[in-house]
Design a protein. Structure first.
Lengths: 246, 326
Protein backbone atom coordinates (compact mmCIF):
# COMPACT_ATOMS: atom_id res chain seq x y z
CA UNK A 1 0.00 0.00 0.00
CA UNK A 2 2.84 2.34 0.91
CA UNK A 3 6.26 2.11 -0.68
CA UNK A 4 9.08 4.32 0.46
CA UNK A 5 12.29 4.20 -1.50
CA UNK A 6 15.69 5.64 -0.68
CA UNK A 7 14.30 8.54 1.29
CA UNK A 8 16.99 10.99 2.42
CA UNK A 9 17.01 14.23 4.34
CA UNK A 10 19.81 16.36 5.70
CA UNK A 11 19.59 19.25 8.12
CA UNK A 12 22.70 21.30 7.57
CA UNK A 13 25.57 18.84 7.75
CA UNK A 14 23.58 16.23 9.63
CA UNK A 15 22.15 13.35 7.65
CA UNK A 16 18.91 12.78 9.55
CA UNK A 17 17.66 10.04 7.25
CA UNK A 18 19.64 8.42 4.51
CA UNK A 19 18.31 6.01 1.92
CA UNK A 20 15.46 4.73 4.04
CA UNK A 21 13.37 2.12 2.26
CA UNK A 22 10.27 0.45 3.60
CA UNK A 23 7.05 -1.21 2.48
CA UNK A 24 3.71 -1.33 4.19
CA UNK A 25 1.38 -3.98 2.71
CA UNK A 26 -2.36 -3.31 2.84
CA UNK A 27 -4.05 -4.48 6.03
CA UNK A 28 -0.84 -4.88 7.99
CA UNK A 29 0.61 -3.26 11.06
CA UNK A 30 4.21 -2.31 10.49
CA UNK A 31 6.47 -0.96 13.19
CA UNK A 32 9.22 1.59 12.81
CA UNK A 33 11.71 1.26 15.66
CA UNK A 34 14.93 2.88 16.63
CA UNK A 35 16.62 4.66 19.49
CA UNK A 36 16.05 8.34 20.18
CA UNK A 37 17.23 10.61 17.40
CA UNK A 38 17.33 7.79 14.85
CA UNK A 39 15.24 9.78 12.37
CA UNK A 40 11.89 8.04 12.77
CA UNK A 41 9.81 11.17 13.11
CA UNK A 42 11.72 12.84 10.29
CA UNK A 43 10.81 9.84 8.18
CA UNK A 44 7.15 10.35 9.09
CA UNK A 45 7.17 14.06 8.34
CA UNK A 46 8.58 13.32 4.89
CA UNK A 47 6.13 10.53 4.15
CA UNK A 48 3.18 12.67 5.25
CA UNK A 49 4.35 15.69 3.26
CA UNK A 50 5.29 18.01 6.14
CA UNK A 51 8.87 18.27 4.92
CA UNK A 52 10.21 17.63 1.46
CA UNK A 53 12.79 14.86 1.18
CA UNK A 54 16.13 15.70 -0.43
CA UNK A 55 15.85 12.58 -2.52
CA UNK A 56 13.88 9.36 -2.75
CA UNK A 57 10.25 8.64 -3.42
CA UNK A 58 7.03 7.86 -1.58
CA UNK A 59 4.29 5.95 -3.35
CA UNK A 60 0.79 5.42 -2.02
CA UNK A 61 -1.18 2.70 -3.83
CA UNK A 62 1.29 3.02 -6.69
CA UNK A 63 0.80 6.78 -7.00
CA UNK A 64 3.83 8.97 -6.51
CA UNK A 65 3.08 11.39 -3.67
CA UNK A 66 6.62 12.60 -2.97
CA UNK A 67 6.59 16.23 -1.89
CA UNK A 68 2.81 16.67 -2.05
CA UNK A 69 1.27 18.95 0.59
CA UNK A 70 -0.12 17.22 3.69
CA UNK A 71 -3.73 18.03 2.86
CA UNK A 72 -3.37 16.40 -0.58
CA UNK A 73 -1.91 13.31 0.98
CA UNK A 74 -4.66 13.21 3.56
CA UNK A 75 -7.22 13.40 0.77
CA UNK A 76 -5.57 10.37 -0.79
CA UNK A 77 -6.17 8.40 2.37
CA UNK A 78 -2.99 8.61 4.42
CA UNK A 79 -2.73 10.54 7.65
CA UNK A 80 -0.21 11.03 10.44
CA UNK A 81 -0.66 11.64 14.13
CA UNK A 82 1.73 13.63 16.25
CA UNK A 83 4.11 12.34 18.87
CA UNK A 84 3.44 15.43 20.94
CA UNK A 85 -0.36 15.42 20.85
CA UNK A 86 -1.91 18.38 19.09
CA UNK A 87 -5.55 18.68 20.15
CA UNK A 88 -7.65 21.71 19.25
CA UNK A 89 -7.65 22.61 22.92
CA UNK A 90 -10.49 25.10 22.81
CA UNK A 91 -12.93 22.68 21.18
CA UNK A 92 -14.85 19.76 22.59
CA UNK A 93 -13.82 16.20 21.86
CA UNK A 94 -16.71 15.86 19.43
CA UNK A 95 -15.76 19.05 17.58
CA UNK A 96 -12.15 17.91 17.44
CA UNK A 97 -13.09 14.67 15.75
CA UNK A 98 -15.56 16.50 13.50
CA UNK A 99 -12.72 18.58 12.03
CA UNK A 100 -11.35 15.31 10.70
CA UNK A 101 -14.78 14.13 9.58
CA UNK A 102 -15.40 17.32 7.58
CA UNK A 103 -12.84 16.13 5.03
CA UNK A 104 -15.37 13.90 3.31
CA UNK A 105 -18.60 15.06 4.95
CA UNK A 106 -19.24 18.68 4.12
CA UNK A 107 -22.47 19.03 6.08
CA UNK A 108 -22.20 19.81 9.76
CA UNK A 109 -24.85 17.27 10.68
CA UNK A 110 -23.09 14.41 8.90
CA UNK A 111 -19.66 15.41 10.17
CA UNK A 112 -20.94 15.51 13.74
CA UNK A 113 -22.65 12.15 13.33
CA UNK A 114 -19.44 10.59 12.01
CA UNK A 115 -17.51 12.22 14.86
CA UNK A 116 -19.85 10.76 17.47
CA UNK A 117 -19.71 7.36 15.83
CA UNK A 118 -15.90 7.31 15.70
CA UNK A 119 -15.70 8.65 19.24
CA UNK A 120 -17.91 5.87 20.55
CA UNK A 121 -15.99 3.22 18.65
CA UNK A 122 -12.83 4.39 20.36
CA UNK A 123 -14.48 4.31 23.75
CA UNK A 124 -14.79 8.09 24.12
CA UNK A 125 -18.59 8.16 24.12
CA UNK A 126 -18.88 9.77 27.53
CA UNK A 127 -16.19 12.34 26.81
CA UNK A 128 -17.69 13.80 23.63
CA UNK A 129 -18.93 17.04 25.23
CA UNK A 130 -15.79 17.63 27.25
CA UNK A 131 -13.26 20.21 26.14
CA UNK A 132 -10.21 18.53 24.64
CA UNK A 133 -8.02 20.42 27.10
CA UNK A 134 -9.63 18.46 29.95
CA UNK A 135 -8.49 15.08 28.63
CA UNK A 136 -5.74 13.02 30.22
CA UNK A 137 -2.71 12.15 28.15
CA UNK A 138 -4.25 8.79 27.30
CA UNK A 139 -7.44 10.56 26.24
CA UNK A 140 -5.50 12.94 24.04
CA UNK A 141 -3.61 10.12 22.36
CA UNK A 142 -6.92 8.44 21.70
CA UNK A 143 -8.31 11.69 20.36
CA UNK A 144 -5.42 11.93 17.89
CA UNK A 145 -6.34 8.48 16.68
CA UNK A 146 -10.06 9.31 16.52
CA UNK A 147 -9.50 12.47 14.53
CA UNK A 148 -7.25 10.68 12.09
CA UNK A 149 -9.76 7.89 11.69
CA UNK A 150 -12.62 10.33 11.12
CA UNK A 151 -10.94 11.64 7.97
CA UNK A 152 -11.66 8.26 6.43
CA UNK A 153 -7.96 7.63 5.87
CA UNK A 154 -7.09 3.98 5.33
CA UNK A 155 -3.40 4.23 6.15
CA UNK A 156 -2.52 5.70 9.51
CA UNK A 157 0.95 6.75 10.55
CA UNK A 158 1.02 6.67 14.33
CA UNK A 159 3.85 8.50 16.03
CA UNK A 160 4.27 7.00 19.50
CA UNK A 161 0.61 6.80 20.45
CA UNK A 162 1.55 4.74 23.49
CA UNK A 163 4.36 6.81 24.92
CA UNK A 164 3.58 7.99 28.41
CA UNK A 165 0.68 5.59 28.96
CA UNK A 166 0.36 3.13 31.83
CA UNK A 167 0.16 -0.61 31.03
CA UNK A 168 -3.64 -0.89 31.28
CA UNK A 169 -4.05 2.07 28.94
CA UNK A 170 -1.58 0.46 26.55
CA UNK A 171 -3.59 -2.74 26.58
CA UNK A 172 -6.74 -0.80 25.76
CA UNK A 173 -5.20 1.06 22.86
CA UNK A 174 -3.56 -2.11 21.52
CA UNK A 175 -7.03 -3.65 21.44
CA UNK A 176 -8.43 -0.61 19.69
CA UNK A 177 -5.72 -0.58 17.04
CA UNK A 178 -6.23 -4.25 16.36
CA UNK A 179 -9.96 -3.68 16.03
CA UNK A 180 -9.44 -0.78 13.61
CA UNK A 181 -7.04 -2.88 11.56
CA UNK A 182 -9.64 -5.62 11.31
CA UNK A 183 -12.06 -3.03 9.96
CA UNK A 184 -9.75 -2.58 6.99
CA UNK A 185 -7.12 -0.08 8.02
CA UNK A 186 -3.36 -0.24 7.66
CA UNK A 187 -0.84 1.05 10.18
CA UNK A 188 2.71 2.24 10.17
CA UNK A 189 3.69 3.01 13.73
CA UNK A 190 6.67 4.49 15.46
CA UNK A 191 6.80 2.92 18.88
CA UNK A 192 9.14 2.60 21.81
CA UNK A 193 6.85 0.44 23.91
CA UNK A 194 8.14 -3.01 22.99
CA UNK A 195 5.19 -4.75 24.62
CA UNK A 196 2.94 -3.04 22.06
CA UNK A 197 5.20 -3.62 19.09
CA UNK A 198 5.66 -7.29 19.91
CA UNK A 199 1.94 -7.90 20.20
CA UNK A 200 0.79 -5.72 17.31
CA UNK A 201 3.32 -5.47 14.50
CA UNK A 202 3.73 -8.25 11.97
CA UNK A 203 6.96 -6.78 10.72
CA UNK A 204 9.13 -3.92 11.79
CA UNK A 205 11.97 -1.80 10.51
CA UNK A 206 14.77 -0.54 12.67
CA UNK A 207 16.30 2.83 12.00
CA UNK A 208 19.57 3.90 13.57
CA UNK A 209 21.38 7.16 12.90
CA UNK A 210 19.24 7.67 9.84
CA UNK A 211 19.98 4.28 8.30
CA UNK A 212 17.70 1.26 8.11
CA UNK A 213 19.69 -1.42 9.85
CA UNK A 214 17.21 -4.26 10.07
CA UNK A 215 13.85 -5.52 8.93
CA UNK A 216 11.93 -8.55 10.09
CA UNK A 217 9.42 -9.84 12.60
CA UNK A 218 9.72 -8.19 16.01
CA UNK A 219 10.76 -11.54 17.49
CA UNK A 220 13.72 -11.81 15.13
CA UNK A 221 14.64 -8.18 15.53
CA UNK A 222 15.21 -8.32 19.27
CA UNK A 223 17.79 -11.05 18.66
CA UNK A 224 19.45 -9.22 15.78
CA UNK A 225 22.96 -8.17 16.91
CA UNK A 226 22.81 -4.96 14.89
CA UNK A 227 19.59 -3.94 16.63
CA UNK A 228 20.89 -4.80 20.07
CA UNK A 229 23.99 -2.73 19.41
CA UNK A 230 21.93 0.20 18.21
CA UNK A 231 20.03 0.26 21.45
CA UNK A 232 22.61 -0.86 23.98
CA UNK A 233 25.86 0.37 22.50
CA UNK A 234 28.83 -1.03 20.62
CA UNK A 235 29.82 -4.53 21.67
CA UNK A 236 26.63 -5.11 23.63
CA UNK A 237 25.51 -8.02 21.46
CA UNK A 238 28.74 -9.82 22.00
CA UNK A 239 28.70 -9.24 25.74
CA UNK A 240 25.16 -10.58 25.93
CA UNK A 241 26.13 -13.68 24.02
CA UNK A 242 29.08 -14.25 26.29
CA UNK A 243 26.78 -13.88 29.28
CA UNK A 244 24.46 -16.48 27.80
CA UNK A 245 27.30 -18.95 27.37
CA UNK A 246 28.70 -18.33 30.79
CA UNK B 1 -28.69 31.54 15.40
CA UNK B 2 -26.55 30.84 18.37
CA UNK B 3 -26.43 28.10 20.93
CA UNK B 4 -27.07 29.78 24.24
CA UNK B 5 -25.63 27.95 27.13
CA UNK B 6 -26.40 30.09 30.13
CA UNK B 7 -28.90 32.44 31.69
CA UNK B 8 -26.22 35.11 31.67
CA UNK B 9 -25.92 35.05 27.90
CA UNK B 10 -29.67 35.05 27.48
CA UNK B 11 -29.98 38.12 29.70
CA UNK B 12 -27.10 39.86 27.92
CA UNK B 13 -28.65 39.33 24.52
CA UNK B 14 -32.12 40.30 25.69
CA UNK B 15 -30.74 43.55 27.09
CA UNK B 16 -29.01 44.30 23.78
CA UNK B 17 -32.13 43.50 21.77
CA UNK B 18 -34.26 45.58 24.13
CA UNK B 19 -31.86 48.48 23.72
CA UNK B 20 -31.79 48.22 19.92
CA UNK B 21 -35.58 48.13 19.76
CA UNK B 22 -35.91 50.72 22.52
CA UNK B 23 -34.14 53.26 20.34
CA UNK B 24 -37.33 53.35 18.23
CA UNK B 25 -39.39 54.49 21.20
CA UNK B 26 -37.02 56.86 22.95
CA UNK B 27 -37.18 59.15 19.90
CA UNK B 28 -34.07 60.99 20.94
CA UNK B 29 -31.93 62.10 17.98
CA UNK B 30 -28.80 61.86 20.12
CA UNK B 31 -29.39 58.22 21.03
CA UNK B 32 -30.43 57.40 17.51
CA UNK B 33 -27.38 59.06 15.97
CA UNK B 34 -25.08 57.41 18.46
CA UNK B 35 -26.56 53.98 17.89
CA UNK B 36 -26.39 54.41 14.12
CA UNK B 37 -22.65 55.01 14.40
CA UNK B 38 -22.27 52.05 16.69
CA UNK B 39 -24.10 49.79 14.21
CA UNK B 40 -21.68 50.70 11.42
CA UNK B 41 -18.75 49.94 13.68
CA UNK B 42 -20.49 46.69 14.65
CA UNK B 43 -20.37 45.58 11.01
CA UNK B 44 -16.65 46.37 10.99
CA UNK B 45 -16.25 44.45 14.25
CA UNK B 46 -18.02 41.45 12.70
CA UNK B 47 -15.55 41.73 9.84
CA UNK B 48 -12.58 41.55 12.20
CA UNK B 49 -14.29 38.70 14.02
CA UNK B 50 -14.04 36.42 10.97
CA UNK B 51 -10.26 36.57 10.81
CA UNK B 52 -9.35 37.58 14.34
CA UNK B 53 -12.10 35.70 16.15
CA UNK B 54 -12.57 32.45 14.26
CA UNK B 55 -9.22 32.26 12.53
CA UNK B 56 -6.98 33.72 15.24
CA UNK B 57 -5.44 35.95 12.56
CA UNK B 58 -5.22 39.19 14.51
CA UNK B 59 -5.23 42.03 12.07
CA UNK B 60 -4.21 45.47 13.22
CA UNK B 61 -5.09 47.06 9.92
CA UNK B 62 -8.72 46.39 9.17
CA UNK B 63 -8.95 50.01 8.08
CA UNK B 64 -7.46 48.85 4.80
CA UNK B 65 -10.64 46.89 4.07
CA UNK B 66 -13.01 49.51 5.45
CA UNK B 67 -11.29 52.30 3.55
CA UNK B 68 -11.09 50.35 0.32
CA UNK B 69 -14.84 49.72 0.43
CA UNK B 70 -15.55 53.38 1.13
CA UNK B 71 -13.14 54.75 -1.47
CA UNK B 72 -14.20 52.33 -4.19
CA UNK B 73 -17.82 53.30 -3.74
CA UNK B 74 -17.03 57.01 -3.47
CA UNK B 75 -14.84 57.10 -6.58
CA UNK B 76 -17.42 55.19 -8.61
CA UNK B 77 -20.21 57.50 -7.51
CA UNK B 78 -18.39 60.84 -7.61
CA UNK B 79 -16.13 60.37 -10.62
CA UNK B 80 -18.11 57.95 -12.75
CA UNK B 81 -21.66 58.64 -11.63
CA UNK B 82 -22.34 54.99 -10.91
CA UNK B 83 -25.50 54.07 -9.00
CA UNK B 84 -24.97 53.81 -5.24
CA UNK B 85 -26.15 50.19 -5.04
CA UNK B 86 -23.79 49.12 -7.80
CA UNK B 87 -21.02 51.08 -6.08
CA UNK B 88 -21.89 49.29 -2.84
CA UNK B 89 -21.43 45.89 -4.44
CA UNK B 90 -18.24 47.06 -6.14
CA UNK B 91 -16.92 48.40 -2.83
CA UNK B 92 -17.59 45.07 -1.14
CA UNK B 93 -15.98 43.15 -4.00
CA UNK B 94 -12.92 45.39 -4.08
CA UNK B 95 -12.42 45.14 -0.31
CA UNK B 96 -12.78 41.37 -0.52
CA UNK B 97 -10.16 41.31 -3.27
CA UNK B 98 -7.77 43.48 -1.26
CA UNK B 99 -8.32 41.28 1.80
CA UNK B 100 -7.65 38.16 -0.24
CA UNK B 101 -4.58 39.75 -1.78
CA UNK B 102 -3.08 40.75 1.57
CA UNK B 103 -3.86 37.30 2.92
CA UNK B 104 -2.35 35.56 -0.09
CA UNK B 105 0.81 37.61 0.21
CA UNK B 106 1.19 37.29 3.98
CA UNK B 107 0.26 33.63 4.30
CA UNK B 108 2.30 32.58 1.29
CA UNK B 109 5.34 33.53 3.31
CA UNK B 110 4.01 32.03 6.52
CA UNK B 111 3.49 35.34 8.31
CA UNK B 112 1.60 34.81 11.54
CA UNK B 113 0.89 36.23 14.98
CA UNK B 114 2.14 39.72 15.70
CA UNK B 115 3.95 39.79 12.35
CA UNK B 116 0.63 39.42 10.59
CA UNK B 117 -0.71 42.32 12.68
CA UNK B 118 2.26 44.42 11.54
CA UNK B 119 1.80 43.49 7.89
CA UNK B 120 -1.86 44.53 7.95
CA UNK B 121 -0.99 47.73 9.78
CA UNK B 122 1.62 48.50 7.14
CA UNK B 123 -0.90 47.94 4.35
CA UNK B 124 -3.42 50.24 6.01
CA UNK B 125 -0.80 52.96 6.37
CA UNK B 126 0.39 52.62 2.80
CA UNK B 127 -3.19 52.86 1.56
CA UNK B 128 -3.80 55.87 3.78
CA UNK B 129 -0.79 57.72 2.42
CA UNK B 130 -1.67 56.79 -1.15
CA UNK B 131 -5.26 57.96 -0.68
CA UNK B 132 -3.97 61.29 0.64
CA UNK B 133 -1.60 61.70 -2.29
CA UNK B 134 -3.39 60.72 -5.47
CA UNK B 135 -5.83 62.87 -7.39
CA UNK B 136 -8.36 60.18 -8.15
CA UNK B 137 -8.94 59.68 -4.42
CA UNK B 138 -9.44 63.39 -3.91
CA UNK B 139 -6.02 63.78 -2.32
CA UNK B 140 -5.96 65.58 1.01
CA UNK B 141 -9.43 67.05 0.62
CA UNK B 142 -11.20 63.72 0.33
CA UNK B 143 -14.33 62.87 -1.60
CA UNK B 144 -17.81 64.29 -1.12
CA UNK B 145 -21.00 62.61 -2.31
CA UNK B 146 -23.85 64.75 -3.57
CA UNK B 147 -26.72 64.97 -1.13
CA UNK B 148 -29.58 63.23 -2.90
CA UNK B 149 -31.90 61.46 -0.51
CA UNK B 150 -33.65 58.45 -1.96
CA UNK B 151 -33.53 54.71 -1.64
CA UNK B 152 -31.82 54.41 -5.04
CA UNK B 153 -28.92 56.47 -3.69
CA UNK B 154 -28.85 54.68 -0.31
CA UNK B 155 -29.42 57.99 1.38
CA UNK B 156 -32.19 58.21 3.91
CA UNK B 157 -33.75 61.50 4.93
CA UNK B 158 -35.65 59.77 7.71
CA UNK B 159 -33.33 58.64 10.53
CA UNK B 160 -35.72 55.90 11.59
CA UNK B 161 -35.62 54.35 8.14
CA UNK B 162 -31.83 54.65 8.11
CA UNK B 163 -31.67 53.01 11.51
CA UNK B 164 -33.89 50.15 10.38
CA UNK B 165 -31.77 49.69 7.28
CA UNK B 166 -28.57 49.48 9.31
CA UNK B 167 -30.16 47.20 11.86
CA UNK B 168 -31.23 44.87 9.06
CA UNK B 169 -27.67 44.84 7.70
CA UNK B 170 -26.20 44.06 11.11
CA UNK B 171 -28.66 41.18 11.50
CA UNK B 172 -27.77 39.95 8.01
CA UNK B 173 -24.04 40.03 8.75
CA UNK B 174 -24.69 38.26 12.06
CA UNK B 175 -26.65 35.58 10.22
CA UNK B 176 -23.76 35.16 7.80
CA UNK B 177 -21.41 34.95 10.78
CA UNK B 178 -23.58 32.26 12.35
CA UNK B 179 -23.57 30.40 9.07
CA UNK B 180 -19.77 30.57 8.94
CA UNK B 181 -19.52 29.44 12.54
CA UNK B 182 -21.57 26.33 11.93
CA UNK B 183 -20.19 25.48 8.50
CA UNK B 184 -17.26 23.39 7.41
CA UNK B 185 -15.39 26.58 6.56
CA UNK B 186 -15.88 27.87 10.09
CA UNK B 187 -14.81 24.60 11.67
CA UNK B 188 -11.66 24.62 9.55
CA UNK B 189 -10.96 28.23 10.42
CA UNK B 190 -11.22 27.45 14.12
CA UNK B 191 -9.01 24.41 13.61
CA UNK B 192 -6.39 26.67 12.02
CA UNK B 193 -6.65 29.00 15.01
CA UNK B 194 -6.31 26.21 17.54
CA UNK B 195 -3.49 24.26 15.90
CA UNK B 196 -2.35 24.81 12.37
CA UNK B 197 -0.11 21.75 12.11
CA UNK B 198 -2.87 19.45 13.29
CA UNK B 199 -5.23 21.12 10.84
CA UNK B 200 -2.86 20.46 7.97
CA UNK B 201 -2.49 16.84 8.99
CA UNK B 202 -6.28 16.46 8.92
CA UNK B 203 -6.42 17.36 5.26
CA UNK B 204 -7.10 21.07 5.57
CA UNK B 205 -5.56 23.38 2.99
CA UNK B 206 -4.78 25.96 5.66
CA UNK B 207 -3.42 28.51 3.20
CA UNK B 208 -6.64 28.49 1.20
CA UNK B 209 -8.79 28.72 4.33
CA UNK B 210 -6.87 31.71 5.66
CA UNK B 211 -6.96 33.58 2.35
CA UNK B 212 -10.67 32.88 2.05
CA UNK B 213 -11.20 34.20 5.58
CA UNK B 214 -9.41 37.41 4.67
CA UNK B 215 -11.61 37.79 1.60
CA UNK B 216 -14.82 37.25 3.58
CA UNK B 217 -13.58 39.64 6.25
CA UNK B 218 -12.78 42.07 3.46
CA UNK B 219 -16.33 41.87 2.16
CA UNK B 220 -17.79 42.67 5.60
CA UNK B 221 -15.23 45.40 6.25
CA UNK B 222 -15.83 46.96 2.84
CA UNK B 223 -19.55 46.95 3.55
CA UNK B 224 -18.94 48.85 6.80
CA UNK B 225 -16.87 51.42 4.92
CA UNK B 226 -19.55 51.93 2.29
CA UNK B 227 -22.19 52.33 5.01
CA UNK B 228 -20.10 55.05 6.65
CA UNK B 229 -19.79 56.83 3.33
CA UNK B 230 -23.54 56.62 2.68
CA UNK B 231 -24.24 58.06 6.12
CA UNK B 232 -21.79 60.96 6.17
CA UNK B 233 -21.41 61.44 2.39
CA UNK B 234 -17.77 62.29 2.94
CA UNK B 235 -14.51 60.43 3.40
CA UNK B 236 -10.88 61.38 3.46
CA UNK B 237 -7.74 59.32 3.96
CA UNK B 238 -7.65 59.42 7.75
CA UNK B 239 -11.37 58.71 8.15
CA UNK B 240 -11.17 55.74 5.80
CA UNK B 241 -7.71 54.34 6.45
CA UNK B 242 -6.84 55.86 9.84
CA UNK B 243 -5.51 53.58 12.54
CA UNK B 244 -8.43 54.51 14.79
CA UNK B 245 -10.61 52.51 12.39
CA UNK B 246 -8.35 49.48 12.83
CA UNK B 247 -8.54 49.86 16.60
CA UNK B 248 -12.32 50.13 16.58
CA UNK B 249 -12.46 46.99 14.45
CA UNK B 250 -10.66 44.80 16.95
CA UNK B 251 -11.62 46.26 20.29
CA UNK B 252 -15.34 45.44 20.04
CA UNK B 253 -14.89 41.72 19.31
CA UNK B 254 -12.19 41.34 21.95
CA UNK B 255 -14.34 42.91 24.64
CA UNK B 256 -17.56 41.31 23.49
CA UNK B 257 -16.15 37.86 22.79
CA UNK B 258 -14.10 37.00 19.71
CA UNK B 259 -15.24 34.06 17.64
CA UNK B 260 -18.88 34.40 18.68
CA UNK B 261 -21.87 35.73 16.76
CA UNK B 262 -23.06 38.24 19.35
CA UNK B 263 -19.74 39.23 20.90
CA UNK B 264 -18.60 41.81 18.35
CA UNK B 265 -21.99 43.54 18.36
CA UNK B 266 -22.33 43.52 22.14
CA UNK B 267 -18.75 44.67 22.60
CA UNK B 268 -19.14 47.51 20.15
CA UNK B 269 -22.43 48.69 21.63
CA UNK B 270 -21.07 48.49 25.17
CA UNK B 271 -17.90 50.34 24.31
CA UNK B 272 -19.72 53.08 22.48
CA UNK B 273 -22.05 53.52 25.43
CA UNK B 274 -19.06 53.88 27.72
CA UNK B 275 -17.29 56.19 25.28
CA UNK B 276 -20.39 58.34 24.83
CA UNK B 277 -20.97 58.49 28.56
CA UNK B 278 -17.40 59.59 29.10
CA UNK B 279 -17.69 62.26 26.42
CA UNK B 280 -20.76 63.72 28.09
CA UNK B 281 -19.26 63.58 31.54
CA UNK B 282 -15.87 64.93 30.58
CA UNK B 283 -17.23 67.79 28.47
CA UNK B 284 -16.22 66.51 25.08
CA UNK B 285 -12.48 66.16 25.50
CA UNK B 286 -11.78 64.69 22.07
CA UNK B 287 -9.91 61.41 21.96
CA UNK B 288 -10.57 60.72 25.61
CA UNK B 289 -12.90 57.89 24.65
CA UNK B 290 -9.87 56.02 23.29
CA UNK B 291 -8.11 56.35 26.63
CA UNK B 292 -11.15 54.86 28.23
CA UNK B 293 -11.30 52.13 25.58
CA UNK B 294 -7.75 51.21 26.46
CA UNK B 295 -8.60 50.88 30.13
CA UNK B 296 -11.65 48.77 29.34
CA UNK B 297 -9.59 46.64 26.95
CA UNK B 298 -6.92 45.95 29.55
CA UNK B 299 -9.54 45.06 32.14
CA UNK B 300 -11.33 42.85 29.62
CA UNK B 301 -8.17 40.97 28.73
CA UNK B 302 -7.29 40.53 32.38
CA UNK B 303 -10.67 39.58 33.80
CA UNK B 304 -12.68 38.16 30.92
CA UNK B 305 -10.44 36.58 28.30
CA UNK B 306 -13.49 35.30 26.43
CA UNK B 307 -15.23 38.65 26.44
CA UNK B 308 -18.68 39.58 27.62
CA UNK B 309 -20.21 36.51 26.02
CA UNK B 310 -17.69 34.27 27.78
CA UNK B 311 -18.25 36.01 31.09
CA UNK B 312 -22.02 35.78 30.77
CA UNK B 313 -21.62 32.13 29.84
CA UNK B 314 -20.41 31.43 33.34
CA UNK B 315 -23.48 32.95 34.96
CA UNK B 316 -26.21 30.38 35.54
CA UNK B 317 -25.14 27.77 33.01
CA UNK B 318 -27.91 25.62 31.60
CA UNK B 319 -27.81 21.93 32.44
CA UNK B 320 -25.46 20.01 30.18
CA UNK B 321 -27.28 18.06 27.55
CA UNK B 322 -27.53 14.42 28.40
CA UNK B 323 -24.97 12.16 26.86
CA UNK B 324 -26.86 9.96 24.49
CA UNK B 325 -24.75 6.91 25.04
CA UNK B 326 -24.50 4.99 28.24
Amino acid sequence: MLEVENLSKSFGGLKAVSNATLQVPEGSIVGLLGPNGAGKTTCFTMIAGFTKPDSGSVRLRGKDITGLAPHHICNLGMIRTFQIVQPFAGLTVEENIAVGAYLHHHERKEAMAVARDVGKRLGMGTLLDRPASALTIAGRKRLELARALATGAKLLLLDEVMAGLIPTEINEIVGIIRQIRDEGHTFLMIEHVMQAVMSLAETAYVLNQGVMIAHGTPRDLVRDPAVVEAYLGHGAAQRLQEDDHA
Amino acid sequence: MMKLNSTGQLVLILVAVAYLLGVYFISSPVWMGFTINALIVAVLALSWNVTGGFGGLSSFGHAVLYGTGAYTSAILQVTYGVNAWVALVAGIAMAAAVGGFIGALAFRYGVKGSYFALVTLAFAEVFRICAASFDFTGGGSGLQLKLAPGISNIQFADRTVLYTFLLAIVVLVMLLTAWIKYSRFGAYLVAVRENEDAARALGIDTYRIKVLAMAVSGAFGGLAGVLYLQLWLFIDSSIAYGSSVSIEALIGPIIGGAGTVWGPVLGTLGLHLIGEGAKTLLSNAPGLNFVLYAVVLICALRFMPNGLVGLAGRIGPFAKKESKDA
